[in-house]
Design a protein around this ligand. Structure first.
Ligand SMILES: Nc1nc2c(c(=O)[nH]1)N[C@H]1C(S)=C(S)[C@@H](COP(=O)(O)O)O[C@H]1N2
Ligand SMILES: [Mo]
Length: 208
């Protein structure tokens, strides 16, 4: 089934070709290597509140907590870091059959950021904050996996606003609630902090 518009398909081809020429990104494939991408228009939306408008010119990602080098990143900083592509299925824990989408993410491995900020050896978790106050926690061992990324593109295009523009987490293999949209802060902690859904009793190790 051809679900990607021809123009977008060509654009994706051009982008992936040029990325290959420039930097040979790692491409991780998950679950749906045989199936088509979900068109933007039919990608599900799940969120605790309205869609915040995050202005890209004011956007700052703060990385702090129990780290040696707290840092901040602008959108430009992020898109200039080495990126990878990850083919993934994002899926809500409440999925009856349609709350999932096949997406190719482009973004920066969280591990790269972790290497820069140098968390204390006691750190067990990183907590992601959305611009509207949403949180999700990820154990540090999961955050270190090379395909866990700060995504700023979906299918070769900037993230749609409702899907987390300008940047969100993508945590392949884990439930959608770990994929914090409108990501504005990453907080490293030695405490057993629980995020929004984790504190409601959803699995803290959110493996699908
Ligand atoms: N900031 C923020 N991120 C969030 C949420 C939210 O409410 N706020 N909901 C989570 C849940 S429960 C899911 S399933 C996915 C859905 O992502 P999507 O709307 O892009 O499909 O976003 C996750 N990230
Ligand atoms: Mo969800």
């Amino acid at each position: 089934m051809l679900t990607v518009k021809r123009r977008d398909f060509l654009k994706a081809m051009i982008i992936s070709t040029s990325l290959l020429v420039l930097g040979r990104p790692l491409v991780y494939e998950y679950q749906h290597s045989q199936s088509a991408l979900t068109p933007f228009g039919s990608w599900y939306v799940v969120q605790i509140a309205g869609t915040p408008e995050v202005l890209v010119n004011n956007y700052i990602l703060t990385v702090d907590g129990e780290v040696k080098n707290p840092m901040t990143f602008t959108y430009e900083d992020l898109i200039n870091l080495p990126s990878v592509e990850v083919k993934d299925t994002i899926q809500c824990v409440s999925d009856p059959f349609f709350l999932k989408a096949n997406v190719v993410w482009t973004g920066i491995p969280l591990k790269e950021i972790i290497d820069m900020v140098k968390p204390s050896p006691d750190v067990i978790k990183v907590v992601g904050f959305g611009a509207e106050g949403y949180t999700a926690d990820i154990p540090i061992y999961k955050a270190m996996e090379p395909d866990v990324i700060i995504a700023y593109m979906a299918d070769g295009r900037p993230l749609p606003q409702v899907h987390g523009y300008p940047a969100r987490l993508a945590v392949p293999g884990w439930w959608g609630y770990t994929y914090v949209k409108w990501l504005v802060r990453l907080y490293f902690t030695s405490k057993n902090v629980l995020g929004y859904w984790e504190s409601e009793g959803y699995p803290d190790v959110a493996k699908k």
